[in-house]
Design a protein around this ligand. Sequence first.
Ligand SMILES: [Fe+2]
Length: 168
Amino acid sequence: MSSALKARSETIPVSSSVSAEDRTAVAKGIAKALSSTYVLYHKTHGFHWNVTGPLFYSVHKLTDDQYQDLAAAVDDLAERIRALGAAAPMGLEGYIDQSVVEDVNDFPNTGEMVKQLARDHLAVADQMREVVARADQAQDVYSADLLTARIGVHEEAAWMLNAIAVDG
Ligand SMILES: [Fe+2]
């Protein structure tokens, strides 16, 4: 690794009543949440492309909204990590390692697609709940608020996906 690249990945100074140790811990938690969000973004996009059958339009349209939300969330989470003074994680392998969402390279039938995505959204919400607890402990109210809002979005996404999976 070149020294220039190494220097860029080091933390930047931040003056805050939240201690450096707490900021580092919260940033690590957000990096995990970002990793899961990124893998779920990719999986949602793949299912959006490959869905077929009578539910095509519903799933294609819902996953369109959801992958766009996930892409925007990745950016918000990364920029929060920077605001805490840490480096935003890079490298797809690292994302896959830290993600609670499994990286898949194939797609199931439509019913299984929506059930899998719903389970994934709830797993990401649970991972984020741990980060909220750590952020609250550190009185890092903005990080706690950001992740709390994301939990709400993931739980709503799971509801919508599960609603499609129910036989009418
Ligand atoms: Fe599309």
